[in-house]
Every structure is written in C-alpha cells, then in structure tokens.
Design a protein around this ligand. Structure first.
Ligand code: SAM
Length: 345
C-alpha cells in the first residue's frame, strides 16, 4: 500500500502521489500519517518549534499574480513601504522579544534596488550577527541573489506556487513562468542559501495531479524549507468567488511533507490559522515545526493584505509572540528562541 511505501522509503513517484492523495479525508490514513510525521519531527527537532519574526516591509509589487491582494492591478490596495530605519526598529523590537531569525518579505518593489537591499542586509547582519536573515522578495537574477548572499542573507523563501505548467499559467500573467521560478530556486540553492519552496493548497484549478507534480518537483529540488498554506480568496481579485483551500487537505499534506522530508523546516502558516482558529496548533500536530509571528508595524499590518480576513493584523509584536508561545505550548511543543537552522544530515 502506498502509505507503507512512503513511510518506508520517504519517496513518492507521480502515480504514487496521486494514489496517496485519494486518502485525503480518510481518518485512519490521516492518523497514521500524522503519527509518523510526529515521530520524525521529534527525531530531528525534539519538541522545539522555531520562531521567525516576519517583517512585511513593502506591499508595492510589479507583479500581477491573479490570486494575490497586493498585485499591481489592485488599484484599491493602500500601498506602503518601510524605511531602512523602520525595518531596523522592527528587528530591534524582535531581538528584545527573543527572535533570532528575521524574515524580510514583500512584493517585488523596484524601489528596493539591489544596492538598497544590500545596505539593509548589511545593517541587519552587522547589528545582529547572531541572527539568521531570510529574504522573501521574489524573482531576481543570479547576480542579484549572489550579492544578497555575500551581504549576509542566509535563507530565501520563494514558493514555486505550482509545478504544473498549465496551472501556473492560469494563476499568473504571461510575463511570469514556471521555468523562471524554478531557475531562481536552483540559483538560490547553488549560492548556498537555505531555500524554501511551496504552494497554496486549493488554489483555483489545483487537482490531485497538479499536487502530485508539486510533490515530485519538491523531491527533485530538495529544499530546506517548505511553505504551504490554504489559498484564501481576496475580494479584489478574479478569484474572489472561488472557495478557499481545505484545512483538512493542508494538514494531510503537512504530514506527507514531513515524511518525505524528515528534516525540513515546515511552518504552520498564518493562512492556516486564518481558516481555522486552531489551524496552526493542528499544523504542529501534523509535523510542522516553525511559526512566523508578525513583527511588522501595527499601522501597516492590514495593508499587507494578501487575502481576506487575515489574522494577527491588530496586535503588537509582543502580543503576537506571546499568543503563539501559548498556542505552541497548548499543542504540546516548546517555542524556542534560536536561529533554527536546517538540521543537516
Ligand atoms: N513577492 C514574494 C514572492 O513572490 O515570493 C513574496 C510575497 S508573496 C505575497 C508571498 C506568498 O503569499 C506567495 O508565495 C503566495 O503563495 C501567498 N499568497 C498570495 N496570495 C494568497 C492568497 N490569496 N491566499 C493564500 N496565500 C496567498
């Protein structure tokens, strides 16, 4: 049976992945996968849950991804960008609160030229050499990624979104391509970044087959981090009336990913917590081992509006961290203030 094979070999072919995905909603299969996922995360990470301070520093974007609330053509989005000083203030605040990883995430905003980004990276790493710095600012050239890496950036999150060409084209304008996205991920890996790929669960047009392609691509890339969270419609997009992704399928996939990639850094995402008030706790119970509390200034949080009803937009950073600390403890784990690097084998 395909579940036994997955547990034994930590691999799935395309057809096996399609077969496995038919078990979504099957209580017995989900329980078995969850138990195995927990066993593996304990083997490599004990009961630790790593925390990342998320700084959403710009919602300007030159891209036009059809599902995203901050895409260029959403003229009703209220745009903002943080100055280098404001970003450093967020880091100062985060460091005080015990964060040892900062994640700079934003739209693809041309204001932040390579020179400006390098300056920001050097300032953060200069002030906090004991912290890891993750970037999540989209597709760049090899040369740009090289400069970011040399300036001190440690990790890079770039979800591939879907590994199926036709599906990718249905979610993005013609100016974007899956091939370019994949090339970025391979470039980042070759430069020595800890790399995160991933996808939305339940994005419009997703099928068992496209998900199986995601699982096959991830095995080929072998990233250190994988970000998955349910798709949630945004009212100003063409997908406003599409149903949100399923919490159940997201949890099932978290367990599958933990088994495929026993050491992977796997967040229980804000999107999961948005669809289900205990979504992040449930994610931890299925193998996730990272949470990403928001360190962005409260005045800008609502403006980083990727999807409707996003949670955690009104709280101070300290409240956000405190809340997650309690949630993590209630799920039987321990939130730790360490860099939380990938456990190399
Ligand atoms: N611009 C960077 C990039 O392209 O990787 C980082 C910012 S982008 C807004 C971060 C992630 O948000 C995307 O990779 C996408 O998966 C997720 N996202 C965007 N719109 C979403 C939606 N409607 N529901 C759930 N996740 C969404």
């Amino acid at each position: 049976m395909v579940i036994d094979k997955l547990i034994q070999f930590h691999r799935l072919s395309f057809s096996e992945a399609v077969e496995l995905l038919a078990y979504t909603g099957d209580a017995e299969a989900t329980e078995r996968l969850g138990a195995e996922a927990l066993k593996l995360r304990r083997m490599y990470y004990g009961d630790k849950v790593y925390t990342r301070g998320l700084i959403e520093f710009t919602n300007y974007c030159k891209n036009n991804c059809y599902y995203c609330g901050i895409r260029r053509d959403n003229k009703n989005a209220v745009r903002y960008r943080l100055t280098a000083e404001e970003i450093l203030d967020c880091c100062d605040n985060g460091y005080e609160l015990g964060f040892r990883t900062f994640v700079l995430q934003g739209g693809e905003d041309p204001y932040y030229t390579d020179d400006r980004m390098v300056e920001i990276i050097e300032k953060i790493k200069g002030r906090y050499p004991d912290c890891a710095l993750t970037l999540s600012i989209g597709e760049k050239s090899y040369e740009t990624y090289r400069r970011f890496r040399e300036a001190g950036a440690d990790r890079y999150l770039l979800r591939h979104e879907t590994a199926d060409d036709a599906h990718y084209r249905s979610l993005h304008p013609e100016t974007m391509s899956l091939a370019a996205r994949k090339q970025c991920l391979y470039d980042l890996k070759s430069l020595g970044f800890q790399v995160g790929a991933g996808f939305m669960v339940g994005s419009p047009g997703q099928t068992r087959e496209t998900l199986a392609e995601d699982l096959v691509f991830l095995q080929e890339l072998n990233p250190q981090m994988i970000g998955i969270g349910p798709f949630i419609p945004h009212h100003e997009t063409r997908f406003a009336d599409q149903p949100a992704g399923s919490v159940e399928l997201t949890l099932f996939l978290l367990a599958v990913l933990r088994i495929l990639f026993p050491r992977v850094l796997l967040p229980a995402t804000t999107a999961l917590g948005t669809l289900d008030p205990r979504g992040r706790e449930k994610g931890l119970a299925m193998g996730a081992n990272v949470v990403m509390p928001n360190l962005s200034p409260v005045k800008n949080r609502k403006q980083y509006d990727l999807y409707d009803n996003k949670i955690c937009t009104g709280e101070e950073a300290a409240e956000c961290r405190g809340c997650l600390e309690r949630r993590v403890a209630s799920a039987g784990f321990q939130l730790v203030g360490e860099r939380g690097d990938y456990a190399e084998g």
